[in-house]
Design a binder for this molecule. Structure first.
Ligand code: F6R
Length: 637
């Protein structure tokens, strides 16, 4: 069995529990995991080559396999891995879809893999999005027959959609389904919307290999990264087999491995509530996690939990370690109590033994990094306000221009105002001309991007002035990785890191705030965070960095779990309003934004709902009742 090829047990975290019906391995990072998967594929290709046999690979597209393909390309270029004996069958293609459309899976596969390796063109099979409706049925039958003519797939690489689809086998698909055309689920189209610049542009149909075709593969590896996959991964691995979650059919396949990163695994029972399935090593973090969970389960504030509550819910081991519920409850209650502070920059002249921040220096230099030009106020507007009010030197650094999220109509409005004010401007004339003639898939011209970026700059300055920050402390970094004009961004380079390092080195901050949010739909927050981590690594040896503490907030999409929070900054009802008004300055992101995702609430509503929910969670645990709370976790570098 190929599974034994790669020692996933040693490489990742693998444990079988009674809840799990599919072999799965968890890795700290998707990169590390992707390298191992690529290695498994490379081994298979080489073994088949030695046997003088074709290696038949089923391939997937989407964000999940990108690093696997990157590594295969690297192995081809640097280690001589040859694809001469490789035959590939892709899972799916939108329908209808032209091959040269940049959204096509045909384009994707060539861009990420085929153009960079020595595979023979005639060995590449991707469902043809241009087959006529009359020929489609026969075309699909022939696709399966061709796979069978090679003796089936040796290896199938899969991603998983939030609907539980594999390939484009949406809920309702039959276990024996063959390659066919299918209507895409709304959630799938919403997930694809950013790439197509809006859900209305996403095709409604696709051609997909069937479940039956996939299940015939000799070996299957499914990749899932990120928090947005956590729920469906749990349902697939732990739930009952059901056509409503087609990926559950993989429970019946005897050589499947799910390769997960920490976030995608976070809802699995063995990860989320390990005390229910095994004896635990009780770290402080795990204790808090368990007690917060128990309080939610029993609907009781922490101080009312009893020995029986602990014993009935898999935590007798913890109780034995701690003595009694009484002692454990007080300890956990105090831990949470100590996270609350109205002094996020530290309280001057106060004993800071049990406070999240140091009291000294009383006036701190602070940089708030905001990936897009609005995350600062959306995610930490209340804390931002306190930091300014409490006299710290606050700098705001907008990491990207955010230009792709400004609509054409909004840009046209500004360009037209600009021509009226400045009749000699040929630049605004050309912008107006471009915008009026722009078709759906055109990438904005550099001038249009500049205008869109400027719109977001002025909105940001409106907000920072309202918050009381002098303009010279507002920094627009326009990190180059973002400036592709499309949703797909470039890779981080030294140019990005240098910009980050220069600012940090100039300000020499005592505190840095940054978005630790890894769940934004386009990945920009993650890249921005990586740029900070890399900058911190490079600057680490400077003595001022010894005094620099980093606090991570989460963006508009997701909040820290209560047990993860290390600083909770409460807000009064008036501060909630002030934060709302600051968010309103970002007019281009109001009243329906370009990249709405599947949450139709405006950003200010999301922010208020979330801050209110965090306050309620604290209150339900038995802590004081606040109107709203913003939450932070410290990052130790
Ligand atoms: C792609 C495919 C889909 C994706 C799934 C996850 O060929 O068949 O099933 O694997 O939608 O997409 P990402 O990886 O973008 O999250």
């Amino acid at each position: 069995m190929i599974k034994e090829d790669i020692n996933f047990k040693e490489a990742g975290r693998f444990e079988e529990t009674r809840f799990e019906k599919i072999h799965n391995v968890i890795f700290d990072s998707s990169k590390e995991a992707s390298l191992l998967v690529a290695q498994e594929i490379a081994n298979l290709i080489q073994r088949k080559e030695e046997l003088n046999e074709p290696c038949v690979l089923g391939l997937a597209t989407g964000s999940s396999p990108i690093k696997v393909y990157e590594e295969l390309v690297r192995m081809h270029k640097e280690e001589g891995l040859s694809f001469k004996n490789v035959v590939t069958f892709n899972l799916d293609e939108y329908y209808p879809m032209d091959k040269d459309n940049i959204q096509s899976y045909f384009y994707f596969m060539h861009e990420h893999l085929f153009n960079h390796v020595d595979i023979k063109a005639e060995n590449i099979n991707i469902p043809d999005g241009k087959v006529s409706a009359e020929e489609l049925r026969q075309y699909c039958i022939d696709y399966d027959m061709k796979i069978n003519s090679y003796g089936g797939l040796d290896f199938q690489l899969l991603g998983i959609g939030r609907t539980g689809h594999i390939g484009f086998n949406e809920p309702g698909s039959h276990v024996n389904s063959a390659t066919r055309s299918i209507t895409l689920d709304h959630i799938t189209r919403v997930d694809a919307a950013p790439a197509f610049l809006g859900v209305d542009n996403v095709p409604r149909k696709a051609i997909t290999m069937g479940i039956g075709t996939v299940k015939n593969a000799k070996r299957i590896v499914l990749l899932a990264w990120g928090i947005s996959k956590a729920d469906i991964v749990k349902e697939t691995i732990e739930g009952e087999i059901s056509s409503q979650v087609p990926a559950t059919y993989l429970q019946e396949h005897n050589n499947t491995t799910f390769v997960l990163d920490t976030e995608a695994s976070s809802e699995l029972t063995r990860v989320k509530t390990p005390w229910l399935v095994k004896s635990c090593l009780w770290t402080d973090e795990l204790k808090l996690k368990a007690v917060v969970w128990l309080s939610g389960l029993t609907n009781k504030p922490i101080l009312k939990l009893t020995d029986k509550d602990y014993n009935d819910n898999g935590m007798s081991g913890l109780l034995a370690e701690e003595g009694t519920a009484y002692h454990l409850n007080i300890k956990m209650f105090n831990t949470l109590q100590h996270t609350i502070t109205g002094w996020p920059g530290g309280k001057p002249n106060a004993d800071d033994t049990y406070r999240p921040e140091r009291s000294e220096p009383a006036k701190k230099r602070i940089i708030i990094f905001s990936p897009h030009p609005d995350d600062d106020v959306i995610s930490m507007g209340g804390t931002f306000d306190r930091l300014v009010e409490q006299g710290h030197e606050v700098h705001i650094a907008y990491q990207t221009s955010g230009n792709i999220a400004v609509s054409n109509d909004e840009a046209l409005k500004f360009a037209e105002v600009s021509t009226v004010l400045n009749s000699a401007s040929t630049e605004s004339d050309s912008i107006i001309d471009f915008l009026k003639n722009k078709s759906k898939n055109d990438i904005d011209s550099v001038a249009v991007r500049k205008l869109k970026g400027l719109i977001r700059r002025s909105e940001s300055l409106g907000a920072t002035r309202y918050m009381g920050v002098p303009d010279e402390n507002v920094h627009f970094l326009d990190l180059p990785f973002y400036e592709t004009g499309t949703v797909k961004k470039g890779n981080l380079t030294d140019a990005d890191i240098d910009i980050m390092c220069n600012l940090i080195d100039k300000v020499k901050p005592h505190q840095i705030y940054a978005a630790g949010d890894l769940a934004d739909p386009h990945g920009t927050h993650k890249v921005c965070l990586d740029s900070l981590f890399e900058a911190l690594k490079r600057l680490k040896s400077n003595s001022y960095m010894d005094d620099c503490w980093v606090w991570l907030y989460r963006g508009a999409w997701h909040e820290w779990e209560t047990y993860e929070i290390e600083m909770a900054v409460p807000m009064s009802p008036d501060q909630v309003l002030k934060k709302r008004y600051a968010i309103f300055y970002h007019q281009s992101q109001k009243d329906g934004v370009m990249f709405q995702g599947d949450d139709s609430r405006e950003f200010w509503v999301r922010a208020e709902d979330r801050n209110r929910a965090t306050a309620k969670k604290y209150n339900d645990l038995g802590l004081a009742e606040y109107a709203a709370i913003e939450a932070f976790k410290r990052y130790h570098f």
